[in-house]
Write a protein that binds this ligand. Structure first.
Ligand SMILES: Nc1ncnc2c1ncn2[C@@H]1O[C@H](COP(=O)(O)OP(=O)(O)OP(=O)(O)O)[C@@H](O)[C@H]1O
Ligand SMILES: [Mg+2]
Length: 455
């Protein structure tokens, strides 16, 4: 299993602003040292990331490399720059290899780990600890289990300790576990949609945008996108980011209770419940993520009440329909990028295909033997989005759903543009588990709450 080493310089932007010329010289020296240590310990630098490196150790000794690197950097005279504090993250796992680069959730996780660390610190995951030797005299300090912004399962993290390291004490990791939020960890990795996440982040940071609604058809990926954007925003809201799931609510009268439950707010009962909650929110700087609003639109005025009462509260809503309240900003969520019908192998990098392949690999889906290969290796196939229902049923549905693959047999579909953005979650064609193409049995107008696409 390959081991990955990520590094970067803490506070490099500020250093560049303070002493540009000295920083340029320092960076050259820093790069040369890292190149030397990675080669010495049997690794390979895949990328220079501006102020750091991304290296892989298919063999060799990544921890000895990280240790040497920290010691070497600490012994260097950085002139006007002063101290150059570099953080490092070591993680192991299978990763998708394309050319001389690696992609996928393992790489994202290593990146998230690096973000959480401090200059001078070397962080290591359980997966890496299991596969690499500890350098002589080195020990590991257990930093506990952490959830990162990828919202994947909690990760056990260790810090490399050694008598030769200059800095040994660090603040707590900058992981989501150290922040106020109730965002649920996700069972599957979040893929693609980088531009959407970034754009939503920008919109949420704008003072004028207090209510941003992610609008899109059922199953297009609104919930995942909202959760990911919210995870990125944790830290920007002093009093936290709270996810309010509304799918199970049978009426708008339960909205107050749903928000209170998400916040862990207990009513004391001296005043009317809604006023009590509004009073609580009044001085809060918070992001509320309301998911599946479409069946409670008649209760949307409550959102306006919150925004009026609490000037530093913002709302990110996910809904198949806009809320239609004053000041609402809309972000339209479209299907994931998927390959053209004749893209062949070149389409494999598309987000939709990657999501499909990830999903097809997942244990518990119980795909018939060989089915994954058929789906992935289909020659001359049309590029189609595929749904995988919890029962493992695969169904073709371009643009409607982000799961995709090149199917073994081309399935003729109406041209993409002819499809309505309001198309319900139902899908016109399905590839059943025995490989036969047939009409989907599911009703076109499936209820908005839980569609078979929610795995
Ligand atoms: N970017 C993504 N990365 C990984 N999985 C995704 C992504 N987008 C969507 N999915 C998966 O696709 C499925 C449908 O996505 P999601 O539940 O977010 O859709 P939705 O638009 O919220 O649907 P609904 O309108 O029914 O609430 C889920 O299983 C989700 O985990
Ligand atoms: Mg949803």
């Amino acid at each position: 299993m390959p081991v990955f080493l990520f590094t970067d310089i803490e506070g490099s932007t500020a250093l560049w602003e303070r002493c540009r010329a000295a920083m340029a010289t320092a960076l050259e020296c820093h790069d040369a040292l890292l190149v030397e240590y990675v080669a010495k310990h049997g690794g390979r630098i895949l990328k220079h990331t501006g102020d750091g490196i991304f290296a892989v150790f298919e063999k060799g000794d990544p921890l000895a490399c990280a240790l040497d690197m920290q010691r070497g950097l600490a012994n260097q005279d950085w002139g006007e720059v002063g101290e150059l504090r570099v953080r490092a993250a070591v993680h192991a796992g299978e990763a998708e290899r394309r050319g001389d680069d690696y992609f996928g959730p393992t790489i994202n996780r290593a990146h998230r780990l690096l973000e959480a660390g401090w200059g001078g610190q070397v962080l290591i995951t359980t997966q890496a600890v299991a596969g690499v030797p500890l350098p002589p005299e080195a020990t590991l300090k257990d930093l506990g289990s952490h959830v990162f912004k990828d919202l994947a399962a909690p990760q056990q993290v260790y810090q490399l300790c050694h008598p030769g390291l200059v800095r040994t004490e660090f603040p707590r990791l900058r992981s989501l576990s150290e922040r106020l939020h109730n965002l649920p960890p996700q069972p599957t990795p979040f893929l693609g949609r980088e531009k959407d996440v970034e754009e939503i982040g920008v919109r949420l940071s704008e003072g004028s945008c207090r209510l941003l609604t992610l609008v899109g058809i059922g199953g297009v990926g609104k919930t995942r996108l909202a959760l990911q954007a919210a995870a990125e925003a944790v830290g920007a809201f002093a009093h936290g980011v709270y996810y309010v799931p509304l799918a199970a609510l049978s009426g708008e009268e339960f909205l107050t209770g749903a928000v209170a439950e998400a916040l862990g707010f207990a009513f004391h009962g001296r005043e009317e419940a809604r006023s009590e909650l509004l009073n609580y929110l009044r001085a809060k700087e918070m992001l509320l993520v309301w998911d599946n609003f479409e069946h409670l639109l008649s209760g949307a005025a409550f959102v306006s009440e919150i925004l009026a009462a609490a000037p530093a509260v913002k709302v990110l809503a996910a809904s198949r329909e806009r809320l239609n309240v004053k000041g609402e900003h809309i972000y339209e969520v479209r299907g994931m990028e998927f390959p053209a019908a004749d893209a062949g192998e070149a389409g494999d990098g598309c987000d939709a295909v990657r999501l499909f392949v990830e999903s097809a690999r997942r244990p518990g889906l119980d795909l018939p033997p060989g089915r994954q290969d058929v789906l992935r290796g289909g020659q001359g196939a049309g590029a189609d989005i595929v749904l995988i229902s919890p029962s493992g049923e695969l169904s073709a549905c371009p643009e409607v759903h982000p799961l995709a693959s090149r199917l073994a047999k081309p399935i003729s579909m109406p041209p993409t543009r002819a499809r309505s953005a309001r198309m319900p979650a139902g899908n016109p064609l399905a590839l059943s588990r025995d490989g036969l193409i047939r009409r989907a049995s599911r009703a076109e107008n499936s209820p908005p709450t839980k569609t078979p696409m929610n795995m």
